[in-house]
Design a protein around this ligand. Structure first.
Ligand code: TXA
Ligand code: MG
Length: 317
């Protein structure tokens, strides 16, 4: 690893955005807020910047990254957005949806972005700071979640600094993220396929398509490495579907199952998603006693929450 660098914290004003854009255009790494989680941004056309992202995160090289753009017009220069993909883009962008699309030959993306695939994951985030930053940069910005690989995604600037301070150039502090889990990823087979549940409920996508969404079979080849087991893990062991804590465990509650913390006392899945990583970070900071988690209903954002929870609880190497 390179020697530590000083990580700047930038205010969410014009000067902060200008500084963040200048750093990105210069090949720097800048974490910025999106409505889902904080991303670790780098210039998608700059191999070195993209390589630094893999390095800063300690991320396995075969994981391709998501390129972020401000609007559909900008996407058209990079990827083929046709048919059902275009329908979904028009219905849900800007928003917590990522589409895996064929790369245009003249896109100019670093090959590290797609890790050698002929497709690229594209997202148009709906966060005022992300929008302003992407327009100021004027290039696609790759941004995986701004956490060390395999750890919890950050939903606040101080989460970013806890994991990556000294390894990135700056963080643009926009306060807490409103959605709190990563974007939903849809690929095309050529029919739409759900590759990762996330901040846009599957039901909303099915309704826009007028048909249910195919899901990648559990045992199919992994095309979205976010599907790998033990991927979103806190340091402590995690046990799911707990009605109560066993001796020595901390309990992360939901609805009526009250614990040391409660994802949503009223049973609101949107609130629970927004709280999920923050509460894991807080429990992680407290110590390494095992964490038991109350049952979460498997519907709407509950699917994304359970997807993350199953990974947090998966056996580790
Ligand atoms: O909400 C989000 O999506 C956040 C914010 C920062 O935008 N970003 C995010 O990026 O979660 P990341 O890099 O942590 O997740 C990218 C996921 C990975 O599972 C990756 O393998 C998958 O997208 N992916 C990227 N390119 C792909 C491709 N060409 N085909 C299939 N999956 C792809
Ligand atoms: Mg991630």
């Amino acid at each position: 690893m390179e020697r530590p660098i000083e990580t700047e914290t930038l205010a969410p004003d014009e000067a902060g955005i200008a500084r963040a854009a200048a750093l990105l255009r210069d090949g720097g790494l800048v974490s910025f807020p999106t409505e889902t989680v904080y991303g670790l941004g780098g210039d998608a056309t700059n191999d070195r910047a993209v390589a630094r992202i893999y390095e800063a995160k300690g991320r396995p090289r075969f994981n391709p990254l998501i390129a972020h753009l401000p609007d559909i017009d900008a996407v058209d220069g990079i990827a083929e957005l046709t048919g059902k993909a275009r329908d979904l883009a028009q219905a849900f962008w800007p928003g917590p949806l990522t589409l895996v699309l064929p790369i245009r030959p003249d896109a100019g993306l670093s090959p590290l972005v797609s890790a050698g695939l002929t497709t690229v994951a594209i997202r148009v985030p709906d966060h005022p700071l992300a929008q302003k930053l992407l327009r100021a940069v004027g290039r696609p910005v790759v941004a995986p979640s701004a956490n060390p690989s395999g750890r919890i995604s950050p939903t606040r600037a101080d989460h970013v600094l806890a994991g990556l301070s000294g390894r990135i150039d700056a963080v643009l502090d926009g306060g807490p993220c409103s959605v709190g889990v990563e974007s939903t990823i849809v690929g095309f087979d050529p029919t739409p396929v759900l590759l990762r549940p996330g901040g846009l409920p599957e039901e909303a996508i099915a309704e826009a398509l007028g048909a249910p969404l195919a899901t990648r079979a559990e045992d199919a080849a992994i095309t979205a490495p976010g599907q790998l087991s033990s991927h979103y893990a806190p340091a402590a062991r995690v046990r799911l579907n707990a009605a109560s804590a066993r001796p020595g465990e901390r309990l992360l509650g939901f609805a009526d199952v009250d614990g040391d913390m409660n994802l949503s006392p009223s049973g609101d899945l949107v609130e629970a998603a927004a709280n999920l990583f923050g509460m894991f970070h807080a429990l992680d900071a407290e110590g390494d006693a095992p964490i038991a988690v109350a049952p979460i209903p498997e519907k709407g954002l509950g699917r994304a929450i359970n997807d993350r929870l199953r990974r947090a609880a998966a056996p580790r190497d």
